[in-house]
Structures are given as C-alpha cells and as structure tokens.
Design a protein around this ligand. Structure first.
Ligand code: DGJ
Length: 621
C-alpha cells in the first residue's frame, strides 16, 4: 500500500477533488493476481473535513497477453452486523427519483441501469439505514456512483445476517479487454456516514458536491434566472417571436433567455434535423449573432439548446454517415423519439460534433448551453471495434461523453452548461462534474415536482436542480396551481420560467416581477444554505414543507405547500430545524425563541385552498 497526500484523480473520469481548505489523503492498496498477472489498485480518498470517503479501482495488466474482464465493481463494503433499510430512488420519465425505503430481506436487492445512461428508472445513489433511523436520528450510510452510464448497485443480506454492498458499472454487456501494460479505471463512489439521521447524510453530500465536485464559475456564482422557450412555444418560433419573449421577460427581471430545441437544420418537429448543427437562419430571419445581439441589447444573457449525442435519420449528417450511429450490423436499429444515438465511443464522430458546436458557439454571444439527451441507448455496436470488443462500447461511450464535455468546459470556461436527458434521465454525480446543474424532470407540475425534488435532495444539492415555473393548466398533468406555488417550488432549485410571458395577465406579470426580486434576496440562502426536509410528500396529509438555513444560522426560509384542505381541521404546527436554540428569531415582526420554533413549532398560516403555498423568511434578532 501507499499513503499519499492529497486526493487522487482518475484519468478521463469524474472525481471529487480537494480544494485548498480540504484535508485530503489517498490510500492505494495493491493486490496481485499472480495466476493471471494483473494488479488491482484500490484507491481510497479520505476527505476528512468533508466527511466523505471515496473509492475507485484500477486494474493493471502486467502480463504479456490481453486480459478480458466481465465485471469490475468500484466498491464493496461488508457489514458484520446490522439490520438495514435500503433506500433507493426509482422512477420513470416525468417521475424521477422517487424515494423508496424497504427492509433488506435475506437475498439480494438491487438497482441498476442497462440503458446506457444512469436512467430515469433508478438513480446511482442509495442509502443503507439502521431500522430506527429518521431524518434526525440514527445511523445511515450513503453510496453514490460518479458515473453516467450503465450501473449496478446491490445489497445482499446473507445467511449470517451480514450485509454486502456492491456498486459499479453494470456487468451486463460489459466485456473489457485490457492490453499488456494498460490500466483500466473503474468509476469513483463517494461514501458517507451519518450518526444523526438522513438529513445530516444529505448535508454531507450537498456540501461535497457543491464545493468539491461541481466546477467552474457557476460553482459559487448565482445562476442567472432564466426564461426557457420550450414549454412557451416549443418548435413554433422565429427570431422576432423569441426577441419579443425575451423583451417581455427582461421587463420582469429575467436575466438569461434560452432558445431551446428547433433553431437548427430542418427542425420544426422532433422527426428531423438532429445532428445538423447549422443555424436555420431562414427560420430565425437573422443570423445567430444578430439574434444574440438583440437579446443582449435587452440586458439579457443568451443561451442555446443542443442534443449532441443523437441524430435523426432524416438529417444530412445521417445521410452522409449512417455508420456513425450505433447499430448492430444487419439489424434495423431501434428508434426512440425518431432518433438514433451517435457513436460517442469514436473520436472522429466526437470531433465532428465538437467542431460544429464550437462553430455555433463562436458565431454569437452565448453564455449558457443546455446539453440534452432524449433516449436510452440500444443497439450498442460500434463500427470501429472488432466483434470481440463490443462489450467495451457502452463504457467507451461514457468516456467519450466525458472527454467532449471536458473539452467544452476547457474551451468555454464561462459558459454555464445545464445537463438534461429527457428531463432527469441522467441526473447523477458524474454529470455534475461537468454540468453544475441538471434539468430535474420534464414534469413541471409544481405538485409532482414536490416528490421529485424531495427524492433528489437525498443525494444532491438544491443548487444542482433545474426547476422552472411553467404555465397552467400544466402541460403534463392538466393541473391548475397558483403562480405563487409554482414559484415556491421552482425557487427550491435553480429557478427560472418556461412559458410565454406574452400570454400572462398584467397581474401575473406583476407577481413574476415580485417573485424574481424576492428570489434574488434569498439567492445565497437557497444555493448555499443547509436544506432540511420537514415532511415526506408521500406521507404528508395536509401540507409538505422544507426549509433552508444559513450556515451561520442567521436566517432561514420556510417553504410550505398545502396539499389537502380539511374544514375545521386542527392547526398545523411545524417544527423548524437547524436554528440556534439560544437565539430569538423574527417572523413577520414577531419574536420567537429558536428552541420554541424547533421544539414547539410554528403555527402555519391557514391555507384557504389546496395547493396554496407560503414562503416564510426568518431572521435572527
Ligand atoms: C427534453 C427536455 O427535457 C426538454 O426540456 C426540452 O429541451 C426538449 N427535450 C426539447 O426537445
């Protein structure tokens, strides 16, 4: 073994990094397989003040033959004692990361993805908690994989009542050749322990991911409040319409205008054009440079949507390079949203796409990029690799994706990149290394978002959750919710709007203006404060609530959404968390001792209608 100062990094893969004030050491334990002549180097990163231990694995072939591996897991942890619950975050498109807790039974319980992405279905993060663990008490252990592709996570409760955890790349379709002298790195896991409940476990991840995983200017800078064109106009726009949207938005205080899908190639629907990253000047009625200039003149930043990894068959790119899409020879590929997946394991394919993205970015003033990916990956076969090595393609694809994102952030360090995958299909710690925020879900309904953002909060900070106010009736559920409630929920994320301001009444516009002003006054509290889950929306009867508390406990923001109204119901007292018990706090001009607010609770305002919401600002006297 070796013990080194500082935290290791992994070539081509995301990893937690140490900053100047992080105490970090690396332990490398080397095992040798003498029969097959290879080493396994197990890397541990010990980040004392983050309270995180990371682990990754490197396999080194030191024999003279190729070695083929079928399964390389990043982390294996054994518990000699304990009777655990397994917390996972499952879902589907428009219903991502729903929290589920189930007791471990004898046998194996597992989650995973073989969709080529970390997926909407299971998130690569789980928790083991002892039976009596709550938000505030008890022992619990978190396991988070910094990887965006196929993964497998399992917990086995065995015949001696012992528990084994395994987490790493999914072994299905994995068959990797390591040539003599070569090394293979398996992705990092970040492990954390809390002896005071799930809330504290989340705080450990929130701080580590905010400060030691996310990178770039927007790691600390406030994210601009944006207006995204998608749900407002979908594909139906031209330059003038966009400028009008931006103008309306700028009058309300919006800071960034994002032109979503539809600005390139032949793209008036999702059936064509993907892959042709040439600005459709005929549709816009101007060049991209001119459009961005008009938007800048309104005092707004300008952002743009891309889906670099995919291609429509009806595109010039596919017609010129059909072999650039992943497909099994002799079999018709499986389409999804009328598109195929480009072979990002190939450098030539990536170079081509990268060059075209750069040409677009260089042709205008662009400060934000939404990197979307709208399907699962199937037909995993690369024309560049021999049949025997096709088991490498899924992982090489992810390495290719990371390589391209790294090049992009190196070349454009000031562009804010927001990840997206049909909403939250690739919301994982791996992507956060490149994109400090990720669109949480295509479900913008405020009530649905409560459980999506609640589930996401277990492993990821609020500053990473893309969240917008959209129009009503909601596009996904048809539900009506007050504009105030939509803002309460979106403010507990990166905060933005996704509607056509032009369609709003003067009263609504005034509300939006006030919301933006209010959000700006809370920005640091929300982005950097400690986030507390006060209720579980799946159990909540009358309301759901959560709270942000400043690190120095000087202020807090309590958010409440009413879910059901019960006439003549009891008063609802909510017990706050994280305040200073010895200080007094001001709420609406009234003084309350911190310990009373935390142990007795604050009587909530009576909601007059379902889905009404409240934001209560609390300041230390
Ligand atoms: C899926 C994303 O999640 C949406 O926000 C939007 O960008 C569409 N793709 C555009 O095609």
């Amino acid at each position: 073994y070796q013990i080194l100062n500082g935290k290791y990094s992994l070539p081509g893969l995301p990893a937690i990094y140490a900053t100047e004030d992080t105490k970090a050491d690396t332990l490398i334990i080397t095992l040798e397989d003498t029969r097959h002549c290879f080493y396994v180097h197990i890397y541990y990163g010990v980040l004392e003040n983050l309270d995180i231990i990371t682990r990754a694995v490197c396999i080194e072939n030191h024999c003279s033959d190729d070695l083929y591996f079928e399964n390389i897991q990043s982390t294996c942890v054994d518990y000699l004692h304990g009777n655990f619950n397994f917390h996972t975050f499952y879902g589907r498109h428009v219903k991502e990361r729903t929290h589920q807790k189930s007791p471990l039974q004898h046998g194996i319980q597992s989650i995973g993805s073989t969709r080529g992405t970390s997926s909407h279905q299971y998130n690569p993060f789980f928790i083991l908690s002892e039976q009596d663990t709550t938000e505030d008490t008890g022992n619990c252990y978190g396991f988070s994989l910094l990887y965006s592709g196929d993964f497998s996570g399992l917990a086995e409760y065995d015949q001696y009542d012992q528990t084994r955890i395994l987490l790493g790349i999914h072994p299905d379709n994995f068959y990797y050749c390591i040539k003599p002298g070569e090394k293979f790195y398996a992705p990092e896991t970040a492990m954390a322990f809390s002896d005071c409940g799930l809330g504290n476990l989340s705080h450990i991840y929130h701080k580590a991911y905010r400060n030691n995983l996310c990178r770039g200017k927007y790691k600390t800078a406030r994210r601009p409040i944006l207006l995204n064109s998608w749900e407002g106009v979908y594909f139906d726009f031209d330059g003038d319409k966009l400028v009008q949207m931006a103008k309306d938005a700028s009058e309300l205080g919006v800071e960034l205008f994002v032109m979503d899908d539809g600005w390139f190639g032949k793209r008036d629907l999702d059936v064509s054009g993907l892959g042709d990253w040439l600005v459709n000047e005929e549709k816009l009625g101007c060049t991209l440079g001119e459009l961005s200039e008009r938007i800048y003149k309104l005092g707004l930043k300008f952002g743009i949507w891309f889906e670099p990894e995919c291609v429509n068959e009806d595109s010039n790119l596919y017609r010129a390079h059909p072999d650039w899409a992943l497909q099994v020879p002799g079999k018709a590929p499986c389409r999804s949203r009328y598109q195929l997946v480009l072979d990002f394991s190939r450098e030539d394919v990536r170079d081509y796409i990268f060059t075209h993205i750069c040409q677009v970015l260089d042709s205008a003033k662009i400060e934000y990029l939404k990197w979307d990916f709208n399907r699962s990956i199937s037909d995993i076969y690369s024309a560049k690799l021999p049949a025997k090595r096709q088991g490498e393609v899924a992982h090489r694809y992810i390495l290719g994706l990371y390589d391209m994102l790294e090049k992009l952030i190196q070349r454009y360090p000031d562009i804010l990149i927001e990840g997206c995958s049909g909403g939250g299909g690739r919301f994982d710690a791996g992507m956060l290394y490149y994109t400090p925020q990720i669109w949480c879900s295509d479900d913008t309904d405020a009530i649905e978002r409560l459980s999506i953002q609640y589930g996401t909060s277990f492993g990821y900070p609020v500053s990473t959750m893309g969240s917008h106010v959209s129009k009503c009736p909601n596009e996904q559920t048809g539900r009506m919710t007050p504009l105030n409630t939509r803002a309460t929920v979106a403010m507990s994320g990166t905060f933005g709007y996704e509607l056509d301001v032009n369609q709003m009444s003067d009263e609504e516009k005034a509300l939006v203006k006030a919301q933006i002003k209010e959000f700006k006054s809370y920005d640091s509290l929300i982005q950097n404060g400690n986030y507390y889950r006060l209720t579980d929306p799946s159990e909540a009867q009358s309301y759901h609530s959560w709270e942000f508390v400043a690190e120095d406990k000087s202020e807090a923001l309590l958010c409440i959404v009413s879910l059901q109204i019960h006439p003549n119901g009891p008063g609802n007292y909510i017990k706050l968390k994280g305040l200073d018990p010895h200080s007094a706090y001001l709420i609406d001009g009234k003084k309350y001792p911190g310990d009373v607010l935390m142990n007795g609770g604050l009587l909530l305002p009576f909601a007059k209608a379902e889905y009404e919401s409240f934001r209560i600002h609390i300041t230390r006297c």
